[in-house]
Design a protein around this ligand. Structure first.
Ligand code: 5GP
Ligand code: MN
Length: 340
């Protein structure tokens, strides 16, 4: 982390502050891990600290240390509003635009506190007084570690912090296999293990707690996979009915898109998930190599993310969304065929 950023933050944190930490809508392992890691760190520095999430997160994250202290705006709207009213500092983690927090958007826009952004997505907004943005980072959780290091306070790295940060790094790197995983990431992980993070246990808690319904839904998803060899592309669809039939819970479809990418020769993968409640189709994109799904999601699906992992949505119905997707692909034929 930049020395200038460290100095700015140190000035902010000289005396005890009222701090709110916010993650993005539909929080994932990195959102919860980075927020909770930072939470324990700021608490140990003596600050009054609260984590607020826009909405609920999957059950497989609900063992994470301290997660029971999180307030979700969706469920405890007034209480959350009060935290923002009383905050001097708001940390926004794992997102960089107020459009990523759902119904909390207006609350953040009207909040008088000073904002600090810690994030690794492309194209950061300019709402923060302190912006620690680095698209080269594996995860926001890794950045929270570097944030602690930048403040010269790695001595405060506790088991609770280590477990949260390990979880965020592990989930955002696909268990340390995506190209965002650097030698430094592994050095950070080594230190987190020394501080008490139990990698085997964390992996079990996240990946080996499937319900039979979820595994059967995965079967449906795999059956629905369409492969388009001419575009080196594979995509999956799931209808609301298929979700309902399998007692769908938040997070159940996490990681499904990666199965498309595991097919030999496939460089671009998508999953289209019907959401009747919001009247949208939620889309996840993944790629291997140069093809930027961030650009693709921004250009066509009001979304964004990283070069190799991004998301967006469509207001068309599922069938029309898929038809449109296939027609859009024809504009990318060269890029997808030559994609290294
Ligand atoms: P996922 O497909 O796992 O939901 O998300 C993959 C990446 O894309 C994450 O980094 C996530 O933050 C980003 N992402 C997912 N959906 C959206 C979206 O609707 N808008 C933007 N800007 N980013 C998204
Ligand atoms: Mn992340």
């Amino acid at each position: 982390m930049d020395k200038k950023i460290a100095q700015q933050v140190k000035t902010f944190l000289q005396t005890p502050q009222n701090i709110v930490i916010v993650g993005h809508k539909n929080p994932d392992g990195d959102a919860v891990g980075s927020c909770m890691g930072l939470y324990f760190f700021l608490k140990s520095l003596g600050h009054n600290t609260q984590v607020v999430m826009p909405n609920d997160y999957p059950n497989f994250l609900k063992w994470m240390p301290g997660n029971e202290t999180i307030c979700t705006y969706e469920k405890e709207t007034e209480k959350c509003q009060q935290f923002f009213d009383e905050a001097n500092i708001v940390f926004t983690l794992d997102f960089n635009s107020f459009t990523r927090v759902g119904d909390l958007q207006g609350v953040l826009e009207n909040c008088k506190a000073n904002f600090v952004m810690i994030d690794h997505h492309q194209a950061p907004g300019d709402y923060a007084v302190v912006t620690y943005s680095d698209v080269g980072m594996s995860s926001t959780s890794e950045m929270v570690y570097h944030f602690m290091a930048g403040l010269d306070r790695l001595d405060l790295l506790s088991e609770n912090i280590a477990t949260n940060l390990y979880t965020g790094i592990m989930t955002d790197t696909g268990s340390f296999r995506f190209s965002s995983t650097t030698p430094t990431t592994h050095r950070v992980i080594a230190h987190l293990m020394e501080a008490g993070a139990n990698g085997t246990q964390i992996h079990n808690n996240i990946y080996d707690t499937n319900t039979p319904d979820r595994i059967k839904l995965l079967g449906v998803a795999l059956n629905n996979m369409t492969i388009l060899p001419e575009y080196n592309t594979a995509f999956i669809t799931l209808t609301q009915q298929e979700l309902d039939d399998h007692n769908f819970k938040k997070g159940d479809t996490e990681g499904f898109v990666n199965y498309s990418l595991s097919v030999l020769g496939i460089k671009f993968a998508a999953i289209f998930i019907e959401n009747k409640q919001e009247n949208i189709v939620k889309i996840s994109f993944r790629s291997k190599g140069e093809f930027s799904v961030n650009k693709f999601a921004r250009a066509h699906y009001n979304g964004g993310g990283h070069n190799n992992a991004a998301g967006g949505k469509s207001d068309k119905n599922l069938e029309d969304t898929v038809t449109e997707f296939i027609s859009i692909l024809s504009n990318y034929k060269n890029a997808l065929q030559n994609n290294a």
